[in-house]
Design a binder for this molecule. Structure first.
Ligand SMILES: [Fe+2]
Ligand SMILES: [Fe+2]
Length: 141
């Protein structure tokens, strides 16, 4: 893979992380009902992880000679707690599959450090989706 293509793909990932930060922050404000304190806290805790991912990607893009994006991926509209949890689950699954693919591409490109970091991010994102799945598992109708 060409360096330029890798930079473009990492920029798509960075846009996804910015989107995730906005998504969690907004949903934390919007959750309602008796579980509001826990859900709000759960969403806000994710922000810190996504911020570290964004920070890593922005630094790596610059290190590769690229320009980090400042445009987030759009956040899907969601109004009920369940819609928000489903939207978060979809985003986390997407991030898991994107980083799985990206780690392979980094390996092919010959950047082992990047590949290892992206694999760590696969672990983080799959942890986020498993946690969200378990919250949704017994979610009342
Ligand atoms: Fe992330
Ligand atoms: Fe995540």
């Amino acid at each position: 893979m060409e360096k330029q293509t890798l930079i473009e793909k990492l920029n798509l990932d960075l846009a996804g992380e910015f989107g995730a930060i906005i998504q969690y922050l907004t949903y934390a404000a919007k959750v309602t009902g008796p579980y509001r304190p826990q859900l709000s806290q759960f969403f806000l805790t994710e922000v810190a992880d996504e911020q570290l991912h964004a920070q890593f990607l922005a630094n790596k893009i610059v290190a590769l000679g690229g320009q980090p994006t400042t445009t987030p991926r759009p956040v899907p509209p969601a109004n009920t707690n369940r819609e928000m949890l489903n939207a978060v689950l979809a985003a986390e699954r997407q991030a898991t599959s994107d980083y799985t693919e990206r780690a392979k591409q980094a390996e092919e490109f010959g950047d082992k450090g990047l590949a290892v970091q992206l694999e760590d991010m696969v672990r983080d994102e799959s942890g986020h989706s498993e946690e969200t799945e378990r919250i949704l598992r017994d979610w009342p109708l």
